[in-house]
Design a protein around this ligand. Sequence first.
Ligand code: MIC
Ligand code: SF4
Length: 627
Amino acid sequence: MHGELRPGEEIAIRIDQTLTQDATGTMAYLQFEALGLDRVRTELSVSYVDHNTLQTGPENADDHRYLQSVAARYGIYFSRPGNGICHQVHLERFAVPGKTLLGSDSHTPTAGGIGSLAIGAGGLDVAVAMAGQPFYMRCPSVLGVRLSGQLRGWASAKDIILEILRRLTVKGGVGKILEYFGPGVAGLSVPERATITNMGAELGATSSLFPSDTRTQEFMTLQRRAEDWLPLEPEYDAQYEELIDVDLDELEPLVAAPHMPDRVVPVSELAGQPVDQVCIGSCTNSSLADLMAVAHVLRGRKVHPRVSLSIAPGSRQVLLTAARLGLLETFLAAGARILEAACGPCIGMGQAPPSGGVSVRSFNRNFRGRSGTPDAQVYLASPAVCAAAAVAGEFVDMQEVGPAPLVETPADPVIDDSMLISPLPQEEAKRVEIVRGPNIAPLPMRGPLEDEVRGVVLLQVGDNITTDDIMPAGAKILPLRSNIPAIAEYVFSGLDPNFSQRAKEAGGGFIVGGENYGQGSSREHAALAPMYLGIKAVFALSFARIHQANLVNFGILPLVIDREVYEKLSQGTPLKIVSARYGVETGEVEVELGTTGERFTAQVEAAPRQREILISGGLLNYVRERL
Ligand code: MIC
Ligand code: SF4
């Protein structure tokens, strides 16, 4: 590690493991290729295919082929489509307590459930980590979460994290790592812990971490990886910058209402409200234990005739084990639609709800439009609450569902790694030819920062804008992830269908945002595509961590303004950043309003090294200058 372990200071940490998924992976590997190495320099790197599995044209399948050949060429494990969601498979097969993991997906901290320090980042940061370079970030502060008591009745791990979201909000974790400890921890299995660390991403947290204890050992033993286990716990006199207490005895089943994961209410308050669709799965809640809870509710019952229920197991291991235990039969008998082990509906890859429909999902994000239906109302809840709603056709007070299942001893999973392709020996790997389909377009680059940056405000948006708002996903747009000119057509398309056209006509310009700009996904396309459209700076009240890093990596200035300045700006306002290079160097730029000539200052939200990157016009330029 470099730097001083003081919150806010820039530090660099060694990365032991990396993971990528297909929707961010194609860019990450194009960038890794550009670094010109012969093989990855990590202990372990895995390339998963789990997002773009709906193959409505050749694009996704072409990307899969590219990814498989890159993995073979550079010494990377390849998890084939159908093998499962990256976070679930990584937890089962690879994550190790005490190892660092960097992943090009915001839910990478799922592995914190096993005691791995796991962080989500943009693809370029992951590419650089695969090259053996350290990962730079601002040192987070540590928020201690003391768990006491034990879950009762239908309360579940999902309700623990929903309760924390209710208290801290979607920006409450920015710049923080949540460390879980206390007497309530021992009652939670690794998959339950992983549900909690997974949704730490919805708090904006850098990561979330559980200790590695006998429950961890039990999980790793079942995974036939007992030799990788090691005990880890917080120092007994650990001091936390902040501390919260959650009493598990008091929790009841909760639901996040549309359209933010922090709009949390007890499900009992919604009882009786009709539901049209239920989706169970995603990296948050698709473990075997989750499916067992669902089967407990569905056994001997039928899905309500108005409701479409889909179930996507988190991994092939979960699916195989569910089949062996007879859970699939229960699901089919109840009338559920079984999907492949992949992200699926969570990222709008199929199963978009009907117009104006109410969808209840065991997922982690319910941002407006993310489901693929702009006016759908999406709620987030535990798998059991989802299953009960599917049967009743409405939200149900869980007290009416009967007794919750007893905590069973975890089932012995069916372990079959045949869809996980191991790295080739170096000599053989060197001979592998990389397959590039027509969907793989060259990477656009930006030149060094100009000294005078001019343009107009192309769009002004409010607080908590997500990367789904900036660069939507879904079955139509996701296949363009390796084609920046094509995907750039859709920047902000959900909020303003003319944005891309206007940006191109103006030759680029600026965006103005509110608090927590860029929360949510790690997709660097939310920076890359705006960069391609000529966006030079984003003025916002505050930024989400991963998006801020992605903006820097692609040479877009993240500039912090106050409310007063925010109010002065609007769409069409011409702006000039005066002496931008000097300003970025010093950390503060001066900006002139073209309308009145009035000036204001904006803080450059970037650590000293990031400011150098901005001056170079992005991380690739910066690294190349130094090679
Ligand atoms: C998501 O949940 O939004 C995604 C799709 O997994 C993203 C990554 C991406 O946009 O490819 C994430 O969370 O980082
Ligand atoms: Fe996939 Fe959804 Fe998890 Fe993102 S949040 S990795 S889309 S399952």
